[in-house]
Design a protein around this ligand. Structure first.
Ligand SMILES: *Cc1c(COP(=O)(O)O)cnc(C)c1O
Length: 335
């Protein structure tokens, strides 16, 4: 099977399973798991923050961050397409009484400074208290311009807002822009990182930030049901990914570029853009269902309804990309 639906479909490698098997564990709710402690220290160091905390998912990591930054009646600014706004079931509003203020993105995925400025509410009891700016990097596979990030976070600070980064794929951004992780994290008070996507761990995310913020997030994690016991087994997988899989993301990016190049040569299928490990397509609507079925019959899974994107990851090699291009080519010579 060649699965291009998401980079979450990656399976733990034999070496990662060995690391999980060998991990010393304890009850992490009691603070007794040495593998979790080691992993959290490593993440904090890589992110350049004082502390970090393991979470079962990126959704919970983002939510705990929002709950730690904001009180009931506060609001956070985020993009219309941001995961923290659109893809997390409205968790901050549902569980925290925190109002989202979604903003339209610019073409490159950023939130224009003038829209951020206009959305920050004055101190007036008619309004929710604007408390936090939440950005996402990568956003739709695209790496945020570092000058933009500097300006947006400076603007937030100027208005007394805290800043959170949903860095589910921040390692992709770091590798693609040849920038260290801590440099990308530096402008933000908190950063959420996923290990279960392109990095290949079966589960696991981490939140990094100040000691105080992480202490608060730890309380919220327990409230949200995310206090885990012998979670060193998960931390060991994530730690293995941190130590051994980050550089491999460059291969994913190269293969995504090759996939985009091959698709550009096909009639009827347009590449909207390719960035890091994602290729976004424009497909004439009548082709969507038949193309999906055609590919599925050839062992190629794509998700073209929810998002017209193909996602490259570490379980796909050069051969797999060529097979996808062949299958796409055949489809369009026959339809
Ligand atoms: C995947 C993802 C998350 C977290 O998702 P989980 O499935 O809950 O781990 C958060 N933000 C972005 C941008 C993501 O792609």
């Amino acid at each position: 099977m060649i699965d291009l639906r998401s980079d979450t479909v990656t399976r733990p490698s034999a070496a990662m399973r060995d690391a999980m098997h060998a991990a010393p564990v304890g009850d992490d709710v009691w603070g007794d798991d040495p593998s979790v402690a080691r992993f959290e220290a490593a993440v904090a160091e890589r992110a350049g923050k004082a502390a970090a905390l393991l979470f079962p998912s990126g959704t919970q990591s983002n939510l705990a961050a929002l709950l730690a930054h904001c009180q009931r009646g506060d609001e956070y600014l985020a993009g219309q397409q941001a995961h923290t706004y659109k893809y997390e079931g409205g968790g901050a509003a549902v569980l925290g009484g925190i109002q989202p203020q979604p903003l339209e993105h610019a073409e490159d995925g950023s939130l224009p400074l003038e829209r951020i400025r206009a959305a920050i509410k004055p101190d007036d009891f008619h309004f929710a208290r604007t408390r936090l700016l939440a950005l996402e990097n990568t956003i739709g596979g695209r790496v945020l311009d570092p000058d933009y990030v500097a300006a947006a976070t400076a603007l937030a600070r100027e208005h007394g807002l805290a800043t959170h980064l949903d860095g589910a794929r921040l390692f992709n951004a770091a590798v693609a822009s040849d920038t260290s992780l801590d440099e990308l994290c530096a402008p933000f008070d908190s950063v959420s990182l996923c290990f279960s996507k392109g990095l290949g761990a079966p589960v696991g995310s981490a939140l990094a930030g100040s000691r105080e913020l992480i202490d608060s997030a730890r309380r919220w994690r327990k409230v949200l049901g995310g206090g885990m016991r012998q979670s060193g087994i998960i931390a060991a997988a994530c730690h293995h990914a941190l130590d051994h899989h980050v550089a491999d993301l460059a291969g994913d990016h190269r293969r995504a570029a090759r996939l985009a190049e091959g698709i550009r040569a096909l009639p009827d299928l347009e590449v909207a853009y390719q960035a890091t490990n994602m290729v976004f397509l424009r497909i004439p609507e009548p082709h969507v269902a038949p193309l999906r079925a055609w590919l599925a019959a050839r062992g190629i899974l794509v998700e073209l309804l929810y998002a017209t994107r193909l996602v490259v990851h570490r379980d796909l090699d050069d051969d797999a990309i060529e097979r996808v291009l062949e299958a796409l080519g055949e489809y369009f010579t026959r339809h």
